[in-house]
Design a protein around this ligand. Sequence first.
Ligand code: FMN
Length: 134
Amino acid sequence: MVKMPPDVKETLEKQKPVPIATASKDGVPNVVFVGLLKIVDDENIMIADNFFYKTAANLEQNPKISILCYNGDTKKSFQIKGSVTLCREGKDFETMRTWVHGINNKLPAKSCVMVKVDEIYNAMWGPAAGKKIA
Ligand SMILES: Cc1cc2nc3c(=O)[nH]c(=O)nc-3n(C[C@H](O)[C@H](O)[C@H](O)COP(=O)(O)O)c2cc1C
C-alpha cells in the first residue's frame, strides 16, 4: 500500500495539464494531457475519460499508468505509477459524472479511470533523480 506524501499531492494538484502515459500490450507508449484529474485520497487518483482513444484502448489491454508532475517554484517533480480500474457504472462512475458535469455538462464523461498508486519516484534533476520515494 503506497500513500502519496503531502509534497507529491501538492505538486500533482498544481500540475495543469497533467501528462499521463499508457502503453499497449505490445509496449507501444502513448502520452496525453489531462485536465480532469483529481486526488481522491492518499492512495487513489480519479481521471475523467472524455476523449480517450488510444489511451482507453491501452488501458483495456494493459491497466498500468504513469503520471508526471513538476512545480518550478518548489523545484519538485514526481513520477507516480499506478494500476487502473475502469468504471462505466457504479459509485465511482457516478462521482466522476457529477464532478465533470459540474464543470461542463456537455462533456461526454465516458468512463472513470481509478488509479491505485503503486510506486512514486523522484523525477527532479540532481543526485536524487530516479530514486524511489514510496
Ligand atoms: C490541455 C488538455 C487537457 C485535456 N484533458 C483531458 C481530460 O481531462 N480527459 C480526456 O479524456 N481528454 C483530455 N484531453 C484530450 C487528450 O489529451 C487526448 O487528446 C485524447 O486522449 C486522445 O488521445 P489518445 O488517442 O492518445 O487517447 C486533454 C487535452 C488537452 C490538450
